[in-house]
Each structure stands twice: as C-alpha cells, then as structure tokens.
Design a protein. Structure first.
Length: 266
C-alpha cells in the first residue's frame, strides 16, 4: 500500500465525525452525464442552467418538463456504481465503529439512496420529488413518464427545440391541482433551509471531510471544503482531475471514483 493510502486509512481510523461531499462525477460511471467535465449533459443545444431556473419554467413549463423528463429517464435506467456502493458500505462500517458519517450530495439522481446510503442530505433536491407551485407540498414520484403528456417526449435531439405540451397535460398536484415542478434547486434559488442548516452544523463538527467527483465551483457547496480546511480539519479529495480545492486538500486521489473508492474505503 502507498504511504498516502496508509495515512488516509489512519485518518479514517481516528475520525469520529466524517462528512462526504459528492458531485456529478460520482455518477459518471453509471452513465449519467456531468455538468462541466466529460461526458457532459447535452440537450437540444440548451445549456442546463438556461433551463434550470424559474423564469424558464414560467416561460415554457412544457420545455423545462421535457428536459427533466429526459433526465429522470436516464437516471431511472441507470444503476448505482461501485463508488455509490462503497460509500453506502462505508456508512455501515462507520455505524458499527461508532462513528458518524453523513453524505452531503449535490446530485439529484437518487443513486446514493438506491445504493443504500441512509444518512444523506440531498442538498440540491431530487429529480424524484415534485413540488406543487400552489400548495408547495413535496411528494416522492418515481413514475415515468410522470404524466401522459410527457410520454415519448424529451428527446435530446436538436431538431425538436420547441415544446408545445398544453399546460393541463403537464404534471399536476393530487391535492389542489396546482402545476407541479421538479423539487430540485434551480439557479437563483436558495438551498432548502433545513438541509443547509444541518450541513453547516456538520461542517462545524466534522473531523474528516471526503470530497468526491465535484468540480467545486457551484456555491454554496463549493465553499464547504474550504470552511473545513479553515478549521484545520483534513479534506481528502477524489476526482479524475484537479479542482480549486485540490491544493488545500490533505490528500488527492486521482482516478474514477468507482475504481478508487472501493479499496480506499475498505
Ligand atoms: N470519478 C470521479 N470524478 C469524476 C468522474 C469520475 N468517474 N468523472 C468526472 N469527475 C469529476 C470531474 O472532473 C468534475 O470535477 O466530477 C466533476 C463534475 O463536475 P460538475 O459537472 O461541475 O458537477 P458538480 O460539481 O456536481 O456540479 C455542481 O452544478 O449545474 C449544477 O446543480 C448542478 O449539482 C450541480 C452543481
């Protein structure tokens, strides 16, 4: 074993409160495109951020729902990979060793939960929850298509740039019949209050922070590792390439997380 690996394993042995921060890279090996690196999410030449916002939804809820229907389908067809599985086994191991281990994910794909992770904060929401625009109730929803109007829609091809599904054929709330939206945090929106509050408590308490597969450029999560480093607590990063936190991390393990995490966390 390399000395970095031994030292990392020793850090785990000594830690009592571990947080793991994940981003799109952890799901790349499940075939889910990332936002900035390769393979990159492409949909009708729209930039994801130009659709993932409230003004876009107000302008064309049909177009935005087609985009999310496409992403829901990809995620439902995908399976958790070895990185998701290694992280859920790691949580179990921590439990047995009386350590606290919490996963804070920016991913909305639901794969950590499907891999068995329990102690998890989905800080950017979930593709498999809906939120009613009228009564604000949040519900789980794994049905695909989520409504008949979206059947055979959402093709990522360029020639289907326009979207014309009548609003009454989009998903509606069972309780009040308001229009539903995906319960994901859009650009320009605040993170869910409770998720943010819980994350901040964990950042102030943790004694080890692992960061997996995030470009670490989207706030506020991009700042989380820096807050931990500022307390003198070690941050260990796993990524295929360097990021803005690499130089301040205690260790940087380079490679696809599905290949490197299982042995490093075993
Ligand atoms: N293993 C580990 N890391 C990987 C892998 C892999 N197999 N493949 C890609 N990566 C890394 C890339 O090097 C990059 O640093 O994953 C990172 C993916 O970065 P982004 O696409 O920017 O994803 P993320 O950091 O999660 O984005 C944050 O931005 O658009 C928003 O809301 C969206 O939650 C998302 C947020």
């Amino acid at each position: 074993m390399l000395s970095n690996e031994m030292e990392f394993k020793n850090l785990i042995k000594l830690a009592k409160n571990i947080i793991v921060i994940t981003g799109a890279g952890v799901s790349a090996e499940s075939g889910i495109p990332t936002f900035r690196g390769a393979p990159k999410l492409r949909w009708r030449n729209y930039k994801p951020e130009s659709l993932a916002n409230m003004p876009a939804f107000v302008k064309s809820s049909s177009l935005v729902w087609e985009f999310y229907h496409y992403r829901r389908e990809i995620c439902l067809k995908a399976s958790p990979n070895n990185a998701h599985l290694a992280l859920s086994s790691f949580e179990l191991r921590c439990l047995k060793e009386n350590k606290q281990c919490t996963l804070i994910t920016q991913n909305v794909d639901g794969l950590h939960k499907r891999a068995g992770s329990k102690n998890i904060i989905e800080i950017h929401g979930s593709l498999f929850e809906t939120k009613c625009m009228k009564c604000h109730s949040i519900e789980d929803n794994f049905t695909s298509p989520i409504c008949d109007g979206l059947a055979n829609r959402g093709s990522p091809e360029e020639d289907s740039k326009l979207s014309d599904i009548p609003v009454e054929q989009l998903p509606h709330c069972d309780k009040c019949h308001g229009l539903l939206r995906p319960n994901v945090v859009w650009f320009g929106e605040s993170l869910p209050e409770q998720a943010l509050e819980d994350s901040i408590k964990l950042l102030n308490k943790c004694d080890l922070c692992l960061v997996v597969g995030t470009s670490a450029v989207v706030e506020p999560v991009a700042s989380f590792p820096h807050q931990v480093i500022a307390r003198g607590v070690p941050v260990v990063e796993f990524n295929i390439e360097k990021t803005p936190i690499t130089n301040n991390s205690r260790y940087f393990f380079q490679g696809p997380s599905g290949s490197i995490l299982p042995s490093l966390l075993s």
